[in-house]
Structures are given as structure tokens and as C-alpha cells.
Write a protein that binds this ligand. Sequence first.
Ligand code: ZN
Length: 416
Amino acid sequence: MRVETILNKCQKFKSFVYKNVRWLKHDGYDCIEVKIIPRKNSPAHCSGCNKPASLYDKLKKRSFEFVPLWGYKVFFVYHMRRVNCKRCGVLVEAVPWASGKYTLTKTHMKFLSDWARKISWSETARSFKTSWRKVFDSVRFVVDFGLKNRDVSDVESIGIDEIAIQKGHKYLTVVYQIDKYCIRLLWVGKERTVKTMLRFFRLFGKPWTKQLKHICSDMWKPYLKVIKKKAPDALHILDRFHIMSNINKAIDEVRAGEHRKLAEDGYEPVLKKSRWCLLKRKENLTEKQAVKLKDLLKYNLKSIKAYLLKEELNLFWEYISPHWAGKFLDLWCTKVMRSQIGPMKKMAKSLRKHKPLILNWFRAKKALSSGIVEGLNNKAKLATKKAYGFKTFDCAEIALYHQLGKLPEPLIAHRF
Ligand SMILES: [Zn+2]
């Protein structure tokens, strides 16, 4: 059997023919070169409008990398032609296996991008003897296609979140669709400012924003401000995940301060290695951490008091009626205000201030599933890790869309 036969089985072109397959040296390695020629009597198509057009001239041969065969790199070579199109003028022709200036075939890019979703980008590059840059280009190609072809008309609920990149020095704002029938990433923006949020609402437009029913976010001021202005009709919810993570930040602050103080005053460093005991949910503690926590509970420390207050606040989310939940929150805040623990008092003040938005959580509980935002936040962190090697916003953006965007993908006849 000839290689052309295999190629025709996995990817046959109407207007082009595979011709002459031969060995070729590329960077010192044996590779397979497949020559492609136009099929007799089939016209060239303009890359501007995709309509048949008359020939203008022939360009130098170009090579396009295809999916490797048995460990050998495969290249298509073809003399691109230019057409004289009535609508677009003189343009290079469109070929079905490649897009624009990409040196990889569409099929190969889809192939690499599929792997880059399962393993890291650098691992993908190593496995298929290609460069990180080419993996990046492949993922970008697939993501661009998806963004152009996706449908966002059914969105009713969104969640706005932030992720820290570069060890917390920079932030990205991410917007998810969090409807029960569809959970996906909708948008990624640089930083977490008023401008960031405005860009999002501008891009999606007024009619689209008007159909939004629920918006979840945390208490970050710029978000609150823009949501109030741009989507006044949607029910704005400060959700459980964001509030509990802010409480955790407060506890961490208390713990760090107290740990330092104990050391300065020459006491036993009981809070050493206690960070996760106090921050994790009880059911997620390791056996060692559980023992440590039990031990810590014996001490009369501010960190422990703060921890117990957090545990109490967990009950708040079990309420069904916003009315009774509100009463509980008032009592909890009063208790915290008497506690003499600075960071926790600050939290209580801010919860009081945003009480109506927090209670909206109970009003929307049935429409949204509670763990969504938290789950997405974890997945987003993982996605940016998988693209490891990214330093720029572009990389993080593409990696996130690729993993979480549920984007439509270019159709490839054969699955590799
Ligand atoms: Zn044209």
C-alpha cells in the first residue's frame, strides 16, 4: 500500500491530489515529503471570498507540516498560486489543508492542540518533536476558530472571578457562564480594574447584558461598581466561595501576626505549620492536620477564635430563607465585632455593608449550583499551569479558553 492511499483515506481533497512521496532530510532527520498538485480542471479559489477565480501566477513552493507517521515528520509541499479575483483583486489562493501564514497544516494543529489539553504544552512539544512555539500556535489557531464560531446567546448567569498570576503580582479577570445547562469560560481580561470590567460589558454589548439574570462576584470594589452601572436588572450575588475565601485571608492574617508575636515574646511556636489546618475545610484535612488542629483547639489563641468563627459562618449557607439567613448574619457580625480580632472585624464590617447582595445568594440558590465558581477557579489555576512556560497575558488567555471555553473546534475528517 502506498502512503498516498493512506492519506486519501484520512484526508481527501476535492481539488488537489497527493503526488510523489519521498524521503527528505530535515534538520538532519529522515522525514516524509508529500507533493501536492492541483487536480486537473479544478479551479483555484480566492482566499478572500473562497469563490473560484482565474489564475494570476505561481509562487515559490511552501511546505506544511502534517501529523507525523510512525515517528517520521511529514511535510506537504505545494506551489501556492495567486488568483485574480473579481471582488478581492490579486490574492493568494485558498488551500483546504492550511490557514493563512501557519506552517503547520490545520489537521496537525488540531492534533497538537488535542494533546496540549491532556498534557502540558512542553510535554506535547517534546512528544511530537516540535517546538513549544508551534504548540502555542496550534492552540491559538483552534481557540481563534472557536471564538469566531461560538454561540453566546443563551447566557443567563455569569460568575466573575480573578486569578493571580506571576506569584500574585498580576491578576486576570475571568468571566464564566454558570447556568445549570452550560458552564464555561466566556471571557478573560487583563487586571481587575474598572476598565477591565467595562471592556467586558462593551464587548458583549447592551442587548446581551440585558438578558442576564444572575451575576456572581466577590466584594472587589471595581467589579461591584461596574456591575451596578452596566447590569442593574440582573440579580447581583456575592457568593459563598468568594466570601469564604476572604474569611480565609483574614484568618491567615491573624495567624501570621500571632505566630510572629509568639516568637517575639519567647513562647512555644504552637502555630508553626498550622496554616492549612485553619484554612482547609474540616473534611479535607489530612490525618496529621486533624491531629494538629485538635491540639491547637486547646489554646486560647486569636487564630483559633477566628477559626471557630469561620466554622460558625459555614452554617449560614445552609439556610433556605433569606430572612432567617439575614438574622443569623447579623448575630454573627455582632459576635465578631466583640471579638477584638482586627482582620475579622474588618470582614464583619464589609459583610454588613454588602448584606443585601450576600442574601441574594439564597434567592438564586435554586438556579445556580453552589460549587460552580470554586470548581472553575481550581480548573483555571490548573489550566494556566499546564501551559507552563507562558510569561505573557496572551498565553494565559489562550490556555484558559482552550481548557474551559467549551469552544467549537475545526472539523477534521479523521481522528488521530
Ligand atoms: Zn475573492
